[in-house]
Design a protein around this ligand. Structure first.
Ligand code: PXP
Length: 251
């Protein structure tokens, strides 16, 4: 188990607040720079088709101004492919997108959407962009990611985050098994969606999960404190969870 797990900070909801009033405040690039200074290993931004938060200009500015890798979350469309190829972010995470949803609901159907996904994964990869597929912890979907040639998967933790008690345990077991399966078939495994101070530990402790992407909670919590200390606390919770898991395994 590698002790260190990367933290990608998603700054979409800084743009949500900005867009509520129009204008330029608060600035997602400023948030990204604070996140990097606080220890974020990367910045994640989702350019949705309806531009409800991040806009094209934000992607341009983030690409130009941040020192850590940019992970562009995008739907598998020709428009988004063209934007990704123009900006060449370090990584592109392909997500399912429905206009009427409030946030990304459920994982991508990599198994059922092979025809649409294959040329997009192929062109992103050929441009040197590290492609990740946001999917459920389901061997069928993980096998499909391998067949598509995606080097990375991000396991959807949204359902785990919403559940509690025995149902949450069962979902955690599914994620743990999925992450092990992903590692077994040679995929780099990330995880994200709905993670908070309270629920991050069990996901951070999963051996093969190399990166977490966290947004909404961090931006929301920063309202009550500040972004710098909120990110540092999340970082510390991840580090503690991994150190404990490592200790338990070697004991
Ligand atoms: N990972 C992916 C692929 C996502 O779509 C999102 C939400 O944009 C996140 C992680 C972050 O989720 P949250 O904002 O709930 O932390």
């Amino acid at each position: 188990m590698t002790r260190y797990q990367r933290l990608g900070v998603n700054i979409d909801h800084v743009a949500t607040i900005r867009n509520a009033r129009g204008g330029v405040y608060p600035d997602p690039v400023r948030a990204a720079k604070i996140a990097v200074a606080a220890g974020a290993d990367g910045i994640t931004a989702h350019l949705r088709e309806d531009r409800r938060h991040i806009r094209d200009e934000d992607i341009r500015a983030l690409s130009a101004e941040i020192s850590q890798p940019l992970n562009l979350e995008m739907a598998a469309t020709d428009e988004m492919l063209a934007i990704a190829l123009r900006h060449k972010p370090h990584a592109a995470c392909i997500v399912p997108e429905k206009r009427e949803e409030r946030t990304t609901e459920g994982g991508l159907d990599a198994a059922g959407g092979r025809e649409q996904l294959a040329p997009i994964v192929e062109q992103l990869g050929a441009a040197g962009i590290r492609v990740s597929l946001f999917i459920e912890a389901d061997p069928k979907q993980l096998d499909a990611a391998v067949a598509l040639g995606a080097p990375v998967v991000e396991i959807h933790t949204g359902r785990y985050a919403e559940l509690d008690g025995a149902a949450q345990h069962a979902e955690l077991d599914r994620i743990v098994a999925g992450a092990a399966y992903a590692a077994g078939v040679g995929l780099e495994c990330h995880a994200g969606h709905g993670l908070t101070f309270d629920n991050v530990g069990q996901i951070a402790a999963i051996e093969s999960v190399a990166e977490l992407n966290i947004g909404h909670f961090l931006i929301g919590e920063a309202i009550f404190g500040d972004l710098d200390s909120t990110i540092k606390r999340m970082r510390a919770l991840m580090d503690n969870a991994r150190a404990n898991a490592l200790g338990a395994r070697s004991a």
